[in-house]
Design a protein around this ligand. Structure first.
Ligand code: ADP
Ligand code: MG
Length: 477
């Protein structure tokens, strides 16, 4: 196992660790690393700390910088895909035949396309996630897990975690490591994107609407972004699908009104999972928002651009070139982060993918068109699932991906009520991108910060909200 950057004798010094854990929990609460409790997810009377790692985790500096540098290119790529209806149609054709959720999203996209887009301002806030793949020869490379174009979370809380780790390292007398911690403020950058879109919308009285879930444990993560907007005198309202169903309407020029307030920007922090749409009215509400003049973050086509099927299609030879003509260096930078991605569509190519997966399931991850963690399939289960549908088009609801093998490191993962245990961990680096386009003009295109999440290596799947991963910070090595 590679060094954590924190020496093992420190990690195994029980007395010190006990003291640090106590201090760390207080520091987390004092710095606002907060999450509502499972018992009272819609009330802030009693809150806990959001799960986090006791120590920051090592990340090679060059790979970290590579991830930051490629972000503006990913922003541009996602934006171009969203403006390519033919590509989206082709890429998702097989998926929407068998995946009802993607099909419903796609039908909204079709309808908006037919009607013509009411709004020429596009706001994209995404997070590209990576793991650092350890090759047999010991080399490490940056490999993209996925890009999230909707409801990418933890830009708020991750703006506050550096100070917690700084304090822990101070108390632990690890001043050299402390110096290597980076500042991070995705919340400010995400808010800057929203504020820019709001400003371009051009109506001072109009509000920014966060479309939120009915269970709001992670509200503090939203609040950091929200409060940055209030500081700019931008009014923010938080509404659920139900509120939009009941009080939403389109006025002249398709202006969106909710509760009597004009909405300039809809920021979706919900709407990425089938269960978010509890009834047909929720779908009607999504359609109304998509048809409206409000700037949507993301709009339906950018949402679709972030699907796993699109990710797999992008990995085909020649596809990146189609979106980024005459930019071979940019194409190379993006492609360097791609892991092997394989179609499961019906046909010879898909059959080959099935054979490959059945022969060595441990080398792959089987992914359905879902977001939010906990949906992927690993190991022997891949065989069971694939064998259950070899000759059925059901399999095109999935893609197959090379399994990335990051280098394990030791750490303590802290959760309210969790046992204290030195754990073998794997980390996933996320990079936040923000862009705003008006018509043909890119008004903003930035990398606005990062997120490190760390989980026990016992868990194949990740996700902080899913209760597996915890918040962390990179310690550049
Ligand atoms: P979701 O949309 O559910 O977040 P992801 O593609 O991000 O889907 O996968 C969820 C988790 O599964 C990731 O956070 C990561 O821990 C793990 N994972 C996904 N793809 C791979 C892969 N190719 N190799 C190793 N682990 C992976
Ligand atoms: Mg993910």
């Amino acid at each position: 196992m590679a060094s954590t950057g924190i020496p093992e004798d420190v990690l195994r010094n029980e007395k010190l660790i006990k003291k640090l854990v106590e201090i760390a929990k207080d520091a987390a609460l004092m710095n606002g690393i907060l999450m509502r409790t499972k018992e009272t997810p819609n009330d802030s009377e009693v809150v806990g700390f959001a799960p986090f790692a006791l120590f920051p985790s090592p990340v090679p500096r060059a790979l970290f910088q590579q991830a930051l540098a490629v972000q503006v290119h990913f922003n541009l790529l996602v934006d171009k895909i969203s403006q390519s209806p033919d590509f989206l149609e082709e890429a998702l054709a097989s998926t929407i035949k068998v995946d009802e959720f993607t099909a419903k999203l796609f039908s909204i996209h079709r309808q908006v396309l037919q009607e013509g887009c009411a709004q020429s301002i596009t706001l994209g806030l995404n997070r590209s996630d990576y793991m650092l793949d350890q090759a047999e020869d010991g080399g490490t490379s940056l490999k993209q897990i996925e890009i999230n174009t909707i409801a990418a979370s933890f830009g708020g809380l991750s703006s506050r975690t550096p100070d917690v780790h700084r304090h822990i390292l101070q108390v632990a007398e690890r001043i050299e490591e402390q110096k290597k911690l980076l500042d991070n403020n995705p919340a400010a950058g995400l808010a800057r994107g929203i504020a820019k879109a709001w400003e371009l919308y051009g109506s001072e009285k109009a509000v920014v609407m966060f479309l939120v879930e009915d269970t709001q444990r992670n509200i503090f993560d939203h609040r950091y972004v929200e409060n940055e907007l209030w500081k700019r005198n931008i009014t923010v309202i938080r509404r659920q699908f139900e509120d939009v169903c009941q009080t939403g309407s389109l006025a002249e020029n398709k202006r969106l009104f909710v509760n009597g307030q004009e909405v300039a920007v809809v920021y979706f922090r919900n709407g990425y999972m089938p269960q978010n749409y509890s009834n047909e009215q929720c779908w009607d509400a999504r359609l109304m928002m998509e048809r409206s003049l409000a700037v949507k973050c993301p709009d339906i086509r950018t949402h679709l651009a972030g699907t796993k099927k699109v990710q797999q299609e992008l990995a085909r030879p020649g596809v990146l070139e189609r979106f980024l003509p005459n930019q071979p260096d940019v194409v190379a930078e993006i492609r360097a982060t791609f892991a092997g991605l394989y179609t499961l569509d019906m046909g010879v190519e898909g059959d080959k993918t099935v054979d490959m997966a059945l022969a060595k399931p441990d080398l792959y991850v089987l992914k359905p068109q879902r977001e939010g963690g906990g949906n992927n399939i690993y190991g022997q289960e891949i065989c069971q699932v694939l064998q259950g549908m070899t000759d059925s088009s059901e399999r095109s609801a999935y893609i197959l991906m090379d399994k990335i093998r990051p280098c394990p490191v030791l750490n303590y993962l802290l959760r309210p009520g969790g046992a204290l245990r030195l754990t073998t961990c794997l980390s996933e680096l996320g990079v936040f991108g923000a862009y705003v386009r008006r018509g043909k003009e890119m008004v903003m295109n930035e990398c606005v910060g990062h997120l490190l999440r760390t989980k026990s290596s016992e868990h194949a799947d990740g996700g902080v909200a899913a209760g597996v991963a915890v918040l962390d910070n990179p310690l550049l090595i």
